[in-house]
Ligand binder design. Structure first.
Ligand SMILES: NC(=O)c1ccc[n+]([C@@H]2O[C@H](COP(=O)([O-])OP(=O)(O)OC[C@H]3O[C@@H](n4cnc5c(N)ncnc54)[C@H](O)[C@@H]3O)[C@@H](O)[C@H]2O)c1
Length: 314
C-alpha cells in the first residue's frame, strides 16, 4: 500500500508512519518542521521518502499527490502554535487542507484520513459527553475555525474519508499542551500551574493503531478518538512527577480557567467502538512514562498551546 502522510515529523504523523513502515507499506511524508522534528522519522529507510515543504504550496502538493498516487492520504499537518497568527493557521489548516483534498480528488485517492480538534464543538458544548452529531461551533479560536474549514470541505468533497476528532493525544514526541511544559519546569525545579480543567488524555500509539485500521478501510465519516472518561490536569501533573521519580517537587498553583479554555472536553466514543471495535487504552501512568522517557532522551521542545496564555502564566 502507498500512503502519503502530511505532518510526518509530528507526534501523530510519525507514529502512523512507523506502523506503516513496519508492515511493509511505502510512505511519502511531507513536513515543514513548524512543530515537528526530523528525528521523529527514520533517517534512512528504503520505503520512506521524506520531503521538506509546506502543504500550503499547491504546486508541491499537486506534484507529490499526482506523482506518488497514494492509496490513502493521511493528513496530520496542522498549524496552532501562535494563536494570533491567523495567517499561518489559515494557510496550513485551511488552504493546505483544500490543496490536499483537491489533489486527492484529481488523483482518485481511495481514502482520506483527517484529524479534527474537539474545539470544533465550541467551549460550551450543549452536551457532555459530546455526541458525534453535536453541531459544530468553532468560533473560539483561529485553530479551530481553520481546522473546521477543512473538515467542512472534506464533507463536501465526495471523497471516502474518516475524520478523527480528538481531545488530547499525548505520548512520545508530544510538543503541545501541558505535558512538555510540566516536564521542562519540573526538570528545572520550577513551580507549575494547573487549571481546574479536566481532559481525556489518550496515548498516541493507541490512536496510531486505529488509524491503520482506517487506512485499511474501516469506518466512514466522523469519529471521536477518546476513552470516554476524563481526569483533572492535576492528575496529569502527578503522573509526570511520578514518572520523573522526583521526591522534592513544588506543589502546583491551581488557577481558574482562562476565557478561551473549556472546563471539560469529553467526547462520546460510542460510534468509534461500534465501527472499529473496542479500543484498548493504555493507562495514563504508562502514557506519561513513555512521554517522559522521550523528553529525557530528546529534550522537551515546544510546549505550544493554541490558548492565549499571558507570557507570565506560561
Ligand atoms: N495532539 C492532540 O491532542 C490533538 C488534538 C486535536 C487535534 N489534533 C490534530 O491532530 C493532528 C496531529 O497533531 P500532532 O499532535 O501530531 O501535532 P504535531 O504538532 O506533533 O504535528 C503536526 C505536524 O505538522 C507539521 N506541519 C505544520 N504545518 C505544516 C505545513 N504547512 N506543511 C507541512 N507540515 C506542516 C508540523 O511541523 C508537525 O510535524 C493535527 O492535525 C492536529 O490538529 C491533535
Amino acid at each position: 500500500m502507498k500512503v502519503l502522510i502530511t505532518g510526518g515529523c509530528g507526534q501523530v504523523g510519525s507514529h502512523v508512519a512507523e506502523l506503516h513502515l513496519q508492515r511493509g507499506d511505502e510512505v511519502l511524508a511531507v513536513d515543514n518542521f513548524d512543530t515537528g522534528r526530523r528525528i521523529h522519522l527514520p533517517e534512512d529507510h528504503d520505503r520512506l521518502t521524506f520531503v521538506e515543504g509546506s502543504i500550503a504550496d499547491k504546486a508541491l502538493v499537486d506534484k507529490l499527490v499526482g506523482g506518488f498516487k497514494p492509496d490513502v492520504l493521511i493528513h496530520t499537518a496542522a498549524s496552532y502554535k501562535d494563536p494570533s497568527d491567523w495567517h499561518s493557521d489559515m494557510l496550513t489548516n485551511g488552504v493546505g487542507g483544500v490543496n490536499l483534498i483537491q489533489a486527492a480528488k484529481d488523483s482518485n485517492v481511495g481514502r482520506f484520513i483527517y484529524f479534527q480538534t474537539a474545539l470544533t464543538y465550541g467551549l460550551h458544548p450543549q452536551k457532555n459527553p459530546i455526541p458525534i452529531d453535536h453541531p459544530k461551533n468553532p468560533g473560539n479560536s483561529s485553530y479551530s475555525i481553520s481546522k473546521t474549514t477543512t473538515e467542512d470541505y472534506l464533507e463536501l468533497s465526495g471523497l471516502d474519508y474518516v475524520t478523527f476528532r480528538l481531545a488530547n493525544v499525548v505520548g512520545p514526541r508530544n510538543v503541545s499542551g501541558p505535558l512538555p511544559i510540566f516536564f521542562q519546569r519540573l526538570s528545572e525545579a520550577k513551580k507549575c500551574f494547573v487549571t481546574t480543567a479536566r481532559r481525556d488524555f489518550v496515548f498516541v500509539k493507541d490512536l496510531a493503531r486505529t488509524v491503520i485500521e482506517a487506512t485499511d478501510g474501516k469506518g466512514h465519516g466522523a469519529y471521536h478518538f477518546s476513552s470516554g472518561s476524563d481526569v483533572a490536569i492535576k492528575e496529569l501533573y502527578d503522573a509526570v512527577v511520578e514518572a520523573m521519580q522526583i521526591n522534592n517537587y513544588p506543589e502546583p498553583e491551581i488557577r481558574e480557567l482562562g476565557p478561551d479554555d473549556a472546563a471539560s472536553i469529553l467526547l462520546d466514543p460510542s460510534r468509534t467502538f461500534a465501527d472499529f471495535g473496542d479500543v484498548e487504552f493504555t493507562p495514563l501512568k504508562d502514557t506519561v512514562k513513555a512521554a517522559v522517557d522521550y523528553y529525557r532522551t530528546f529534550g522537551a521542545v515546544g510546549g505550544y498551546t493554541h490558548l492565549k496564555l499571558d507570557e507570565e502564566k506560561k
